[in-house]
Design a protein around this ligand. Sequence first.
Ligand SMILES: CC(C)(COP(=O)(O)OP(=O)(O)OC[C@H]1O[C@@H](n2cnc3c(N)ncnc32)[C@H](O)[C@@H]1OP(=O)(O)O)[C@@H](O)C(=O)NCCC(=O)NCCS
Length: 128
Amino acid sequence: MEIKIEKMNMQDLSKINIDDFDDFWNTNILENDLKLDTSYYIVAKGENEILGFAGLNFVLDEANVSNIAVRKDMRNQKIGSNLLCELINKAKEKSSLITLEVNTKNTVAIHLYEKYGFKIIRYKKKIL
Ligand SMILES: CC(C)(COP(=O)(O)OP(=O)(O)OC[C@H]1O[C@@H](n2cnc3c(N)ncnc32)[C@H](O)[C@@H]1OP(=O)(O)O)[C@@H](O)C(=O)NCCC(=O)NCCS
């Protein structure tokens, strides 16, 4: 299957079934984010289906990876790597820094981020 990476639009958003990804994403937040001038979202598309998505938020000189997710049945096929590369390239156009937050238990995501040069700069402690 040919997989294309494209800028996300509202129609793409309506095709995303959150349960196919992970249940912690909220489509309302995603929809609001997509409308902002300060955000940039992309999708990985198969025939006519959304296999993955990822986004950046720009604040001053920094680009923050707001989310990256690949459909559960499509993981471990480099879709996440391709989405992240695309975000890094986009971030380089406007920012000097790219940041993200990840749960320390999410070893797959941490492996992916480290592969592309991300470094741990601080830990946050959850207290509630
Ligand atoms: C994190 C995520 C986006 C990675 O997407 P993906 O398409 O599976 O990633 P890739 O296929 O590009 O693989 C990236 C690396 O992780 C490794 N990897 C992927 N799945 C793995 C697994 N289940 N166990 C161990 N390693 C795994 C791959 O081997 C690859 O490393 P390599 O290039 O050194 O071989 C995906 O797992 C996901 O959607 N997770 C749920 C959402 C999430 O946690 N997002 C991050 C929030 S901060």
